[in-house]
Design a protein. Structure first.
Length: 290
């Protein structure tokens, strides 16, 4: 939804070799995991592990180690205790298994929300793009009128008074392991949680609004679309948040065409997230490499 006033702009010691060799599962995972994928998804991120802060992460990087694969292959890092090295290897094993299994709950619980974007490529088969329309800006007072959900191949919309319910939204999100929205962490998700308390959003969430700001893409969804040459049908190109609310009330007074236009608008918002997402992901990735 485009906001009326651009609100969306806003352990025990054992010899190290014995421990590593006995962990055949870890060795197998590391050998069978493409190091490039790990580097590109969670590049140089060691301070996500228990016992490692910025200073220790710098120590690891100063040793010439910038990814999990190389950390394990090093068999030890100068400046790190034996216990911390082994503990980190075990945590890497757990995280690699979670990546292999696209374990949404694991990453929702353990990966800081500011890093959820890093899962975009690994979870690409399980991404859901979501956008909502409402009667206003106040969750708990205003109501959700339309919900659009796109899984990369099929689009569904849900309309208040027709097919919008907790059950239908939950069913549509059943296979979702990474939610992608625009300003949804502050608007769409809180609105849905308020109105449908039984919907589980225990999954990573890539908010393109805040991801875009990190790479200098500021402004509302339509502004970014224009800047990045992402098109939408000319019949809805001028529709904004105010107009979306007006269209809903016009529909409630009996104008079916107003609903059709509102649904087209919500669909464009939702599907265009799938075009904006890869662009912002790639820009974030490049910013990490600098």
């Amino acid at each position: 939804m485009e906001m009326p006033f651009d609100i969306k702009d806003i352990q025990v010691h054992r010899p190290l070799n014995e421990i590593l060799l006995s962990s055949s599962n870890l060795e197998s995972i590391v050998k069978n995991t493409n190091p490039y994928v790990v580097v590109m998804a969670l590049k140089s991120k060691f301070n996500i592990f228990k016992g490692i802060g910025p200073v220790t992460e710098k120590t690891i990087n100063n040793a010439g180690i910038f990814n999990w694969h190389d950390f394990i292959e090093s068999r030890g890092v100068r400046g790190l205790s034996h216990i911390l090295y082994v503990s980190t290897c075990k945590q890497i094993e757990e995280w690699l298994l979670a990546l292999e299994n696209t374990d949404a709950k694991f990453f929702a619980s353990n990966l800081p929300s500011s890093m959820h974007w890093m899962l975009f490529k690994e979870f690409k088969e399980h991404v859901c793009y979501l956008d909502i329309e409402t009667t206003g800006l106040a969750a708990g007072y205003d109501k959700v009128t339309v919900v659009g959900i796109y899984n990369g191949s099929s689009y569904q919309d849900f309309v208040r008074g027709r097919n919008l319910s907790q059950k239908t939204i939950k069913e549509s999100l059943k296979g979702c392991k990474l939610l992608v929205t625009f300003f949804g962490s502050c608007f769409d998700v809180p609105f849905l949680r308020t109105e449908f308390s039984g919907i589980n959003f225990n999954m990573p969430h890539f908010d393109l609004c805040f991801g875009g700001r990190k790479v200098g893409l500021t402004g509302g969804l339509k502004k970014l679309e224009r800047k990045l040459d992402i098109s939408r049908d000319s019949t809805i190109s001028t529709v904004d948040g105010f107009e979306a609310v007006r269209l809903w009330h016009s529909y409630k007074r009996g104008n079916q065409k107003s609903l059709e236009k509102l649904l087209d608008y919500c669909k464009a918002d939702t599907i265009n997230l799938s075009k904006l997402g890869p662009i912002i992901y790639d820009m974030l990735l490049k910013s990490q490499e600098n």
